[in-house]
Design a protein around this ligand. Structure first.
Ligand code: AHG
Ligand code: MN
Ligand code: MN
Ligand code: MN
Length: 336
């Protein structure tokens, strides 16, 4: 992986495309399209209070969540940007009931990649001007090129991802991604609309003092999780740890990767599967975490080794600094 001072994302993609094992330029084009859609969505998110795009869209998605207007906007922008450029053969999105097969010219679609996206993550935070994000995950299709994609192309375990990343629309907007050779972060200079490499080779510190969990659901958690939370709060050494929870996975993950921490979205007595979506949220974050010296587990199984059974499947998710996740696991194992 080559890094250069002041390198733009565009330059970085070109410079590193040969180091990618399936290099054909196709993946580079795909990342370029994501970069473009991210800028469009960023522009809209930035002026959200001014242009009547706050609030609910009036529909619910297949998972029973109220769609925000910006969920719908971001979903359309990402899908259209990818579909119009004919660089993918299929797309699946948190906001779509089914996957979308992209048809192109008479020769059939010759592209080999499918993309799975959470177009706007943390969308309930939009109305209150708190950071939101976009998460993406890229696989090579498993069915033959030139035929329409099938569900099988999307239900691949996370260990088959060729790239994954997120955009965080925060105090500054960043695009962070991996192609399996470390994690790099690029910050948008909004004046000129260019992403610059600002965070080369991002790594989770091995240890941390931040735990992130929705403690409002505490009474519904598994005893092992409850005990771990109590451990975090206990007075000893560098403890009590600090609790930080934004409610946007992207932002919570981003902070923990930089500062050292653990993110938890356990199953509970009311939601047996947890809340986060395996394909759009957990797998891409798990790939980034492992590429950045962190861990992502569902409790018993490595997230990326779970064989998905449905598009919108939810799983418990624990992710972050190695020593913290290992410690949590000790607590979980006591109750197996
Ligand atoms: P989304 O906005 O894409 O539906 O995702 C919401 C997710 C995730 O971003 C966040 O970490 C989590 O839901 C928050 O859930 P709680 O409000 O239950 O804590
Ligand atoms: Mn949602
Ligand atoms: Mn989300
Ligand atoms: Mn979302």
């Amino acid at each position: 992986m080559h890094h250069k001072k002041n390198q733009t994302l565009g330059e970085f993609i070109i410079e590193n495309q040969d180091s990618f094992k399936y290099s054909s330029g196709e993946l580079s084009k795909l990342i370029n399209a994501i970069r473009l859609a991210a800028k469009v969505v960023n522009h809209e998110v930035n002026k959200a209070g001014l242009v009547d795009i706050l609030g609910k869209a009036g529909e619910t998605n297949i998972q029973g969540e109220d769609q925000q207007k910006l969920d719908v906007f971001a979903n359309e922008k990402f899908i259209n940007t990818l579909a119009n450029r004919e660089i993918v053969c299929g797309i699946a999105s948190e906001e779509e009931d089914d996957f979308i097969a992209i048809n192109s010219n008479d020769k059939g679609n010759q592209n080999k990649y499918v993309v799975l996206i959470d177009p706007l993550d943390g969308s309930s935070n939009v109305d209150v001007n708190v950071s939101v994000g976009t998460i993406f995950s890229i696989y090579r299709r498993v069915t033959p090129v030139g035929t329409p994609v099938t569900l099988e192309d999307f239900l691949q375990p996370g260990n088959q991802q060729v790239a994954a990343g997120y955009v965080v629309y925060g105090t500054s907007t960043m695009l962070v991604y991996t192609t399996g050779d470390g994690v790099n972060g690029f910050t948008l200079n909004p004046a000129i609309g260019t992403f610059y490499l600002s965070h080369p080779n991002m790594q989770f510190p091995e240890d941390g003092t931040i735990y992130s969990v929705n403690e409002g659901k505490y009474i519904h958690f598994h005893q092992g999780v409850k005990d771990y939370i109590k451990y975090c709060q206990q007075e000893e050494g560098d403890r009590p740890y600090t609790s930080r929870y934004i409610g946007s996975l992207v932002s919570d993950f981003h902070r923990n990767m930089i500062k050292g921490g653990i993110y938890m979205y356990p199953k509970s007595s009311v939601t047996q599967e947890g809340k986060l979506r395996l394909l759009y949220e957990c797998n891409p974050m798990a790939f980034l975490a492992e590429q950045a010296n962190g861990i992502a587990t569902g409790g018993k199984t490595r997230i990326m080794d779970i064989k998905p059974t449905e598009l919108h499947q939810r799983v418990p998710f624990f992710c972050g600094s190695k020593n913290m996740v290992n410690k949590l696991q000790e607590f979980l194992e006591k109750y197996h």
